[in-house]
Ligand binder design. Sequence first.
Ligand code: CTP
Length: 401
Amino acid sequence: MSRNLLAGKRVLLGVTGSIAAYKSAFLIREFVKSGAEVQVVCTPAALDFVTPLTLSTLSKRPVLVELIKDSEHGVWNNHVELGLWADFVVIAPASANTLAKMRSGEANNLLLTTFLSARCPVYFAPAMDLDMHAHPANQDNIAELISRGQIEIPSESGELASGLVGTGRMAEPETIVDFIADDLKAKSPLHGRKVLITAGPTREPIDPVRYIGNRSSGKMGYAIAEAAVIAGADVVLVSGPVSIDPPAGVKLKQVETAEEMYQAAFPEFEDADIAILAAAVADFTPSKVYDEKVKKSDAGMDVELQKTKDILMSLGEVKKDQILVGFALESENELENAKGKLARKNCDLIVLNSIRNEGAGFGFDTNQVTFVEHNNTTPLELMSKREVASALIDYILKNFL
Ligand code: CTP
């Protein structure tokens, strides 16, 4: 589940001289499968065990080894840039030699200089024979690296390349990727928080083939769901009918009508920490739904409508200490109306769209919104819906949590 936190992450994979270096190929595949980008940096000793061609083919990037890229023209591999590029470094396999150098701060290869330059989390997966692993010098190095904030992915016990049996085998690639994904999740800002999101349109049936609907694409709500997942939340997405795929890792509840959306969303609110209602819920529904398709007649047709339940308002009525966020689509007196909605529906925040803004609202991939609180309004630029979504999650984190 938490593997979806790896999507889009930049991974600097350090490979050192150990028989387990062959497993780096599988490790790259696991990261790439999870949507991460991988840049491999090998120590010279790693190349005795695995070829750069294998690793570069799988990672789709040239493998870097040397500090100096082109000595004739004075071009180097910039370890500072590499260290800053990475969202995290993982050194797997980490040999006893490299661990010792990481501890002492030696800088005689590209991987070590990159390690010393990195500001991001550094994971390391030791791989060595059992006696080397158990040696007090090595154990001391590992303990010291951990005390400095580097994260050990512990070796496993089993048969080793030497034929001996014991602890020292590098963790399996799947285990390494799961370990990192779980660690990132545990450290992410919305870890352990439940976020309820409504998205998309509703459809209010007139008869078995006709309905009253609207043009909502669901893109805004789905982008918010994705941003909440990336921030580590447990996300429940209650969605009307849309043609886009739900983000990986959400609990999706598909509904059609406003009443179904209410029934699906309301019980989820009780133990939610945050609710963001981005759905374009129909305000009215036909009072009567015909069992058979209505035949056309020259006299025309009247459809009597009745009000639907206002889900946002209902959640506002039972709200305890949850953070409740609503959307408002306005065409005039935008701020005044948004503030009215904020108070009337007992929300903490309204995300205001004006239909007067070009490129904003239904169907577009972009949106231009203003965050409206009682005493605070924050207008944002026109940006992609994904950017609006992460700005919204950031805003909630900064101002409400
Ligand atoms: N909403 C809801 N249930 C409804 C109608 C709206 O949960 N039956 C939510 C929307 O998801 C959105 C917010 O309420 O977060 C604003 O919806 P809007 O229709 O603009 O609000 P209204 O109060 O109906 O305002 P207006 O009078 O402008 O139509």
